[in-house]
Ligand binder design. Structure first.
Ligand code: CUA
Length: 322
């Protein structure tokens, strides 16, 4: 009983499910709650009825005879009609909700989101590229999803939206974020070694912050080379796996004070940690594996993702970390 109360309290507080970041999320949860309650009641009737009849009609003596019952029209109509009505309600409810989720709003803010093994890139109308998806609150946002290699799936638990990103075609989804904050984005289609690491953040900010962010990001090209590199390091997902201010490693090796030192490789050799080593590590991460890593390396290849000038900017930034 205490456990049940605790569970109910948790459910009430909203921590039973991920927080609701959109209006659709609330509607999905309502339907889910309805299904859950109906399932509990059906289960109780079924199991309870079974136990009741097992006890009631237990054979008590050798002379007991089973009653000969052919049918009961009233009961049969009842147990057919009630589930039918419930199923139709669930069907209609789900239909309307699904229709709302799939009907793309007009005048939505469109963002291109490209998936690859193993990262996401959002591209905005003004050319800004980012590994984090930044959107304004209270505005219809449409994501056009694509994939550069295999099937991925874009999932924002707090928004209750999920859509496959399929190579060779575009898919789309939309949402209207009602809450400011940061939300997790997961890939929910198994897509290879680092599928579990194919995560990013969706940031919901005010319209003013969003406009400011878009302008700032579009002006990154005007910054000095190392500062530009620092920006790319954040926005192209490097920072999600590599530390820069702390020798402790995340998934990938820390880049804190590495420049000019020796890089230890998993085959026991060492090479200088210089421009060419960093370049190869980013473009052909499987060529030379850092010590402690075995093939295939969890580092995704940035071949085709970064231009030569972006790559050079990131290298300048890493140099400056000493
Ligand atoms: Cu991409 Cu799993």
């Amino acid at each position: 009983m205490a456990i049940w109360m605790l569970l109910m309290n948790k459910a009430m507080a909203g921590s039973f499910m991920p927080e609701q970041g959109t209006q659709i999320a609330k509607q999905v949860d309502n339907l889910y709650g309805f299904l859950l309650v109906v399932s509990f009641i059906s289960c109780a009737i079924l199991i309870g009825g079974m136990i009741y009849f097992v006890l009631k009609y237990k054979r008590k003596s050798a002379h007991d005879k089973t009653a000969y019952i052919t049918h009961d029209t009233r009961l049969e109509v009842l147990w057919s009609a009630i589930p039918l009505i419930i199923f139709l309600v669930v069907f209609a409810w789900g239909w309307v909700l699904y229709h709302d989720m799939r009907k793309m709003p007009e005048n939505a803010l469109e963002i291109m989101v490209m998936g690859r093994q193993w990262s996401w890139t959002a591209e905005y109308k003004n050319g800004v590229k980012s590994s984090e998806i930044v959107v304004p609150v209270g505005k219809d946002v449409k994501l056009i999803l694509g994939s550069e290699d295999v099937i991925h799936s874009f999932f924002v638990p707090s928004f209750r939206i999920k859509q496959d990103a399929v190579p060779g075609r575009y898919t789309s989804l939309w949402f209207n974020a009602t809450k400011l904050g940061e939300f997790h984005v997961f890939c929910t289609e198994y897509c290879g070694t680092s599928h579990a690491a194919m995560i990013t953040r969706l940031k919901v900010v005010t319209q003013e912050e969003f406009d400011k962010w878009l302008i700032e990001e579009s002006e990154v090209g005007l910054l000095p080379i190392a500062e530009r590199g620092a920006k790319y390091f954040q926005t192209r997902a490097c920072a999600s796996c590599h530390n820069v201010d702390n020798p402790a490693a995340k998934i990938g090796p820390s880049l804190y004070q590495r420049w000019g030192k020796e890089a230890h490789l998993s085959n026991g050799t060492t090479v200088p940690f210089d421009e060419n080593y960093v370049r190869e590590s980013m473009m052909l991460p499987q060529a030379q594996l850092a010590a402690g890593f075995s093939a295939p390396s969890p580092m995704p290849s940035y071949q085709g993702q970064l231009s030569e000038s972006e790559l050079a900017a990131i290298i300048e930034y890493i140099k400056g970390l000493n």
